[in-house]
Design a protein around this ligand. Structure first.
Ligand code: NAD
Length: 490
């Protein structure tokens, strides 16, 4: 389906269940598809951020006492509203992020999958009680933290927020959401859906802006935990600021994902899997392949990757790049790779913009061969539809190169040899590993999270491992009867 750009969507800040105009200016939003203005959001003042947090705190007191089954009912209704409105939401998120309609829809469906997982929380491990000594019981209970915050990136305007909104709310917290300053319009639709689902006022807050809003939220004494997803540079800043105040933080950063291609791999499977991994969402995915470790003679596989990637039509099967500045950065990075001795086997700079969308931000798939280990095209997260091929003599060399990555989100191997696949799953230095899968995102209830500079903090952001981040575990020891045989255990 063709993405319909909104005419002029106006968004404000969702505070205490109402849309409140920000007092600190207006930010205009331009579509990566056309370069035209599609909407704006107003930015909150520091005073408005503080009022929002106070309202969240007030609302959370009742929510914490609301049984989980009742909280889950709101989430269940949210699921149905999101499914009902999926096309309308997808048009807005694709328009502001540059995704194709199908990619936008798939991202929202993944968010809904997390929501469905959150609906099962009432059946998961939420407490327990044991008689630990005669007449003495120990109990543990999962309790909400209070007010929590989440800062999200431009590239998944609905999916990444939906990683945490249902879990944090379902566990009884109030949730402050600071969407990306580049793609804030989707938050209007999600907040309205939660309002319609019956979420009491104040439990979801949406605040726009960038550094100022984020810092005011982090510094608030009321906010107990901060989740962040975005670049490594900002992840580190947010992690350090939050933890220096003694609060918990889980900050997911950037990536540079490697794929190991072995000569015995099925060429069709590898061609589609690797091409789709580096071109999907125009390469603007933290799970996108960006380095291909080509072991031995894999020419026929590379030919399949080139065929598949060069068949993609801009604005149909492949979307746009978020900003003009990012397109310029990608062009310059390709130039520098060539100057450093690499060879372009597919040059996306030569592809024309789609007709009628000449003002948009476009770069077609680009494949750079004979990239040197340690060079910019190998090490730096470019965040565009570019894959760097490094030629390797054997799997040992490929794994040694992968291990030098600063990041650690994903690593995949394409092979038909189970023992070699098993070796890669064990030795790859990444949090999420794939076998014959280009984008090894775990499905719920398996949790999402990388290692190294792709994640700061402990635990994962979705799945069963996320429950500990968004809640406290309280231990209660009780004795109700006086006993004659008291010993050290009672
Ligand atoms: P970004 O770091 O520029 O922005 C992320 C969020 O931080 C946005 O909400 C932004 O408004 C806010 N922000 C920007 N500057 C800030 C500052 N100085 N202080 C506080 N907050 C600030 O990231 P982006 O460009 O929106 O997203 C792309 C990046 O996100 C890529 O590096 C990508 O790999 C990464 N990402 C990682 C994951 C993951 O799961 N690890 C998922 C998606 C995206």
């Amino acid at each position: 389906m063709k993405v319909k750009l909104p005419q002029n969507l106006e968004g404000h800040n969702f505070i205490g269940g109402e849309w409140v105009k920000g007092e600190a200016g207006v930010q205009e939003i331009f579509s990566p598809y056309s370069g035209t203005k599609i909407g704006s959001v107003s930015l909150p003042s520091v005073a408005q951020v503080k009022i929002a947090i106070t309202k969240a705190q007030e609302a959370q007191r009742d929510w914490a006492r609301t049984p989980m089954k009742e909280r889950a009912k709101v989430l269940f209704d949210l699921r149905n509203i999101l499914l009902r409105d999926i096309d309308a939401i997808t048009h807005v998120k694709a328009s502001e992020s540059g995704k194709t309609f199908d990619e936008g829809r798939a991202g929202l469906m993944k968010g809904i999958e997390v929501l469905e997982f959150a609906l099962s929380m009432q059946n998961l491990d939420l407490g327990g009680k044991v008689e630990v000594s005669r007449g003495v019981t120990c109990e543990y209970r999962r309790e909400p933290l209070g007010v929590v915050a989440s800062i999200t990136p431009f590239n998944f305007p609905a999916m990444v927020p939906m990683w945490t909104i249902p879990i944090a709310l379902g566990l009884g917290n109030a949730y402050i959401w600071k969407p990306s300053d580049k793609t804030p319009l989707t938050s209007i639709m999600i907040a309205n859906a939660l309002k319609e689902a019956g979420l009491p006022a104040g439990l979801l807050t949406v605040l726009h802006g960038g550094e100022n809003t984020v810092n005011t939220v982090i510094d608030s004494e009321t906010v107990r935990a901060v989740g962040f997803v975005g670049s490594t540079k900002i992840a580190k800043l947010v992690y350090n600021r939050t933890t220096s105040l003694g609060k918990r933080a889980l900050c997911l950063g950037g990536a540079k994902n490697h794929i190991v291609l072995l000569p015995d791999a099925n060429p069709e499977l590898a061609g589609v899997g690797i091409s789709d991994s580096f071109t999907g969402c125009a390469g603007q995915r933290c799970m996108a392949a960006s380095v291909l470790l080509a072991v031995g003679d894999v020419e026929k596989h590379i030919q399949k990757i080139v065929e598949r990637a060069s068949s993609l039509r801009l604005s149909h099967e492949m979307g746009a790049i978020i900003t003009k500045a990012q397109v310029e950065f990608l062009h310059a990075a390709i130039d520098r790779a060539e100057k450093a001795g690499a060879k372009l086997i597919l040059d996306g700079r030569k592809t024309k913009a789609p007709e009628g969308l000449e003002g948009g931000n476009w770069l077609a798939p680009t494949i750079i061969d004979h990239v040197k280990p340690g060079s910019e095209a190998h090490k730096v997260e470019l965040f565009g539809p570019i894959i760097s091929i490094i030629r390797c003599k054997d799997l040992t060399e490929a794994l040694a190169i992968q291990a030098t990555s600063e990041y650690g989100n994903a690593c995949s191997v394409f092979t038909s040899n189970g023992a070699l696949a098993d070796r890669v799953t064990r030795e790859a230095r990444a949090g999420m590993v794939g076998v014959n899968v280009g984008v090894p995102v775990p499905r719920e209830p398996f949790s999402f999270g990388g290692i190294n500079a792709s994640k700061f903090g402990h635990g994962d952001i979705t799945g069963v491992h996320s429950l500990d981040f968004w809640s406290d575990v309280k231990k209660v020891t009780s004795k109700w009867e006086k006993q004659n045989d008291n010993n050290w255990m009672s």
